[in-house]
Design a protein around this ligand. Structure first.
Ligand SMILES: Nc1ncnc2c1ncn2[C@@H]1O[C@H](COP(=O)(O)OP(=O)(O)OP(=O)(O)O)[C@@H](O)[C@H]1O
Length: 279
């Protein structure tokens, strides 16, 4: 049996994770250690967030590196199968059979997760209730609005009460009221599970996440608590132009909020260190 990265039986342990898409290095020797709680994954477009979530969801293999999820080594077939039963995953774009109702679609995912048949009907109703769609259980998914379909995507990720929940841009398309409710749901889930949320909305992180990981050009640029990133923003120069083009800035309703300044300051410090290292 291969040596373990850590002794923990929960959370995420990643060592030397590299992901290449042809010649593009999407992740470059990433080290991560995440435990129970809600973890925000931030970073500019193309930073490598989706590549990371896809590898953690076991839908894409790493090019190099070791990954332990819930104490299990996902390079081993049996352990990977066990992890898949216990994780929930919302991809950035998810597909469904057009003829499925919400109930049928979420039940289908429960079946894929090999949940005991007797527990499925109640689990499906509970997951759909949690995303505020109880009244639409028997509606066809294709008849729902984009935001509602996104919530169905969140429901399918929750149906097995996962120990590890991976959400790629879950709030994209949600209206403000739904976003507020969803962030409360995230906090509730993070009390007992490891939840990783990739988002462009700094408010998602500020309100729902205890910890932040900032990725830039495939590397971890910052790891810390949401409070420490906000604090970093409190000491940063609010007039500083930041880490680069406006596309580097996360979306926020308050462009000069302390956490956004913290994001920009952390990114700039990381890039300065990378430049110094090259000199
Ligand atoms: N299938 C692919 N083939 C080639 N390159 C890819 C592929 N998928 C991703 N990439 C590249 O890998 C890098 C990381 O992409 P990734 O989608 O992981 O970033 P991201 O942080 O999720 O971006 P965004 O915030 O825009 O969703 C980018 O340079 C991207 O162009």
């Amino acid at each position: 049996m291969s040596a373990r990265i850590g002794a923990a039986t929960s959370g995420v342990r990643v060592a030397g994770l590299t992901v290449r898409h042809r010649r593009t290095v999407a992740l470059d020797a990433v080290e991560l250690d995440l435990d129970t709680g809600v973890h925000g994954l931030l970073g500019p477009n193309g930073a490598g967030k989706t590549s990371l979530i896809r590898v953690l969801a076991t839908v894409a293999p790493p090019t190099e590196g070791r990954i332990e999820l819930l104490g299990l080594d996902i390079s081993a077939h049996q352990e990977r199968t066990e992890v898949r039963r216990r994780l929930g995953y919302l991809p950035q774009e998810f597909g469904y059979y057009p003829g499925f109702t919400v109930r049928e679609f979420v039940s289908y995912v429960a079946w894929l997760k090999e949940m005991p048949a007797h527990s499925v009907p109640r689990a499906v109703e509970r997951a759909v209730e949690r995303v505020g769609l109880a009244g639409r259980l028997d509606a066809k998914v294709k008849t729902l609005s984009g935001g509602m379909a996104r919530r169905v995507g969140i429901a399918q990720a929750l149906v097995n009460e996962p120990d590890l929940l991976l959400l790629d841009e879950p709030t994209a398309g949600l209206d403000p009221e739904q976003r507020v409710e969803f962030r409360a749901l995230l906090r509730e889930l993070g009390a007992t599970s490891t939840v990783i949320v990739s988002t462009h909305l700094v408010e998602d992180v500020a309100v729902a996440c205890g910890q932040v990981t900032l990725i830039d050009s495939g590397r971890v640029a910052y790891r810390g608590t949401t409070a420490s990133l906000t604090e970093l923003g409190g000491t940063a120069d609010p007039t500083a132009s930041g880490a680069g083009s406006p596309a580097d800035s996360p979306q926020t309703s308050s462009p000069s909020s302390p956490i956004e300044r913290g994001y920009t300051a952390a990114l700039r410090a990381h890039r300065d260190a990378v430049t110094r290292g090259k000199q």
